[in-house]
Design a protein around this ligand. Sequence first.
Ligand SMILES: [Mn+2]
Length: 206
Amino acid sequence: MRLNFATAAVTPRADGETQDRVIVHRLPGGLVVLVADGAGGIPGGDVAADEVVRGVAEALVDDARAFLTAEGVVALLRRIDDNVERLPLAGETTAVLVVLREEQVYGASCGDSGAWIVDEMGLDELTADQKRKLRIGSGRAVPIPFGRGPLGGTLVVGSDGLFNYARPDVICAAGRGLSLTAAACALVACVRTVSGDLMDDVAVAM
Ligand SMILES: [Mn+2]
């Protein structure tokens, strides 16, 4: 099974600071892909997103069983939600966590980041049923599990800066024939307006 991956991120902010986080961990025989997008409009989105990154890294060491099933990932994200809610400086964040193994792809998400599997035929939105408003840090997060068989196409995990500003057919076509690294760069490039502007931070892993 191919277990290589690429990540890319861009931000329209002049200071280069972004509240999007994209992290990929290797497991024996698999990958853990995480995207977290700290919510704007309330303070502390970046703290919340960092706390998800930290909580997942910690669980990989202390609680590897959490990554064995989609339900385990749901429970992990719930625990992280409780922890983030208790942090005075933390706001809220989305989280999409995908475990990619030889025989299956599974995970859970909350908020409006997304995970798609794309191929020539179109797209399969793993995160179609997620609760967009009940984010990590609210104390009310409702992570929704997803699962599929062996990965058929290309896994694309990203923030809403990708999925809200690029047409689905453009996302499906963006990486075709390219190396993964070039494809990830092509994806974050395709959300720019004709004048070259970005409307939101963008982070992707594929
Ligand atoms: Mn965003």
